[in-house]
Design a protein around this ligand. Sequence first.
Ligand SMILES: [Zn+2]
Length: 274
Amino acid sequence: MNNCFFCGATENSLTEEHVWPKWVSKLLKGKYGSDHFVHVRSTGDSTTGLWKSPDLKVTTDEICKHCNNEWLSVLENDQVKPIATPLSLGHGGDIIKPSDQWILATWAYKMALLLEIAIPKQEQRITWTADERKQFCEMKVANEHVRVFIAKYEYGQHPTHAHQKLHTLTRHDDGVKFDLKIATMTAGCLAMQVIAVRSADTGTLLYATSELEVELLGEAKTKIAQVWPPTNKAVRWPDLQPMSQQDIEDWTDMWEKAQGLHRSDSNNGFAPSP
Ligand SMILES: [Zn+2]
């Protein structure tokens, strides 16, 4: 019996799954004046991995054949690719309609989950529970508790980027502790971020919207758009101000400054990025 990261115990064999799918690698190859993707992985302050490759290869081998070849393949190739391709290349059209936002949120959520296991086992810290992963496999949408944002990343910088952070925050008024998980990913000009808030005591996912009244700091107001939970409002892509590399890093960090909470601890994740 094998254990699939999504569907759990299975007779199916385990296969290699890419965090960024192969079509992203093909799309961005040779862009940004480089033939190579450079991957950097850091644990805390120390860089533990750095390699160059012509393909974007951040993978895990903990996904079963069924998940990989069936629903994940449909999600990637039939649903995400047509919507994310123009956005990644920086010539997205006019509006991103709610049904497309739904798909982008699903994609970002999938990557946020996979980022936790696309690193060596000894460095892994899995925060997504088996039930949450199985629910994703069954529902094929982002968990209702998380928030997902998209942004436009300034063209001509890193082809891809991923960063995840885990903070423990304490609410000032009653001392209740929350774990805040933030995953930020970019594919070409498309940037996405998934935020999950858990009770530090029970580990239960809480509504990121109600439990964490976040203050969108400064320029972020004009640079990010929420796509999950669904808003039923079209996002006007040309209206989003492009983010610089510094903005992307600040974006991951700004949630530490959430209103009514203060940061008490932080664990850096890893950053496989060019
Ligand atoms: Zn599976």
